[in-house]
Design a protein around this ligand. Structure first.
Ligand code: NDP
Length: 248
């Protein structure tokens, strides 16, 4: 039986790389997006063209009901869930003295609440306590959790620290129920997320001096680590936050 992986925020960037790699390696893949249906459908088509199976599911994962609906769509399509990748996320650029209610609630809802909502639904389906067959959850933290992020990135850094700690706590909670929970902590990775912080060219320049390896990373380099954590090759790895950051 083919394993089913749900990747949140998989229309572009790291999520799209994870989804495509998983589809090419034999997973059935559910590709979540919030706005960009065209790009999400392109990822589905690329998987199907290679003989794989995928569906695109629109849902704002920071909205509890929408996240729940997304899992029900996976149930209807394949009737099982083996891997959840909590990848959807946003970066923000605001100084604390200027912060608004909307700034803080949007970034915590998108990055942290989504991780809770989706993990809850995944545990209900995977946990042996609930009759499931076990599974794997991989969260997306960031080196910002320990470095404090770029200027104006306090909100983002705080959400990623919450995700790192949540990863350790959830691993303890469900380790006896057949579920492994880990996170990757990427450094400077070439995706559109950097458009709120000076753009990709600025990030590439920064990486030359800020990263010990002297370069930024690619979405595929992060996806490889996520696919490893999702696989049985990492069967005794649990509660870990794995840096994928070129030594930064
Ligand atoms: P991108 O901006 O390239 O892609 C973000 C993805 O998330 C898109 O598919 C977007 O969908 C989706 N998304 C955003 N908000 C929601 C939502 N509310 N519900 C569902 N989907 C949503 O980001 P990256 O690929 O760079 O980032 C992926 C993850 O990796 C994030 O959690 C990020 O914090 C983390 N990360 C990235 C780093 C980097 O340098 N790139 C470094 C460290 C961590 P749509 O296209 O429909 O808008």
């Amino acid at each position: 039986m083919k394993k089913v992986m749900l990747v949140t925020g998989a229309s572009r960037g790291i999520g799209a790389s994870v989804a495509l790699m998983a589809g090419l390696r034999g997973y059935r893949v559910a590709i979540n997006y919030v706005k960009d249906q065209v790009s999400a459908n392109k990822v589905v088509q690329a998987i199907e063209a290679a003989g794989g199976e995928a569906i695109a599911i629109q849902a704002d994962v920071g909205d509890f009901k929408a996240a729940e609906g997304m899992f029900k769509a996976v149930d209807r399509k394949w009737g099982r869930l083996d891997v959840l990748v909590n990848n959807a996320g946003m970066l923000a650029n605001f100084r604390v003295e200027d912060v608004t209610d909307e700034n803080v609630s949007q970034i915590f809802r998108t990055n942290v609440f989504s991780t809770y909502f989706c993990s809850r639904e995944a545990v209900r389906r995977m946990s042996t306590k609930h009759g499931g067959a076990g599974g794997v959850i991989v969260n997306l933290s960031s080196v910002a959790a320990r470095l404090g992020g770029l200027g104006g990135g306090s909100g983002y850094a705080a959400t990623k620290a919450a995700i790192s700690t949540f990863t350790l706590a959830l691993a303890k909670e469900v380790g006896h129920e057949g579920i492994r929970v880990n996170a990757v902590s990427p450094g400077l990775i070439e995706t559109e997320i950097h458009n709120v912080h000076g753009g990709i060219a600025h990030m590439q320049e920064l990486a030359k001096t800020a990263v010990p390896m002297g370069r930024h990373g690619s979405a595929d380099e992060v996806a490889e680590a996520i696919l490893w954590l999702a696989s049985d090759a990492s069967s005794y790895v649990d509660g870990v936050v794995l840096d994928v950051s070129g030594g930064r």
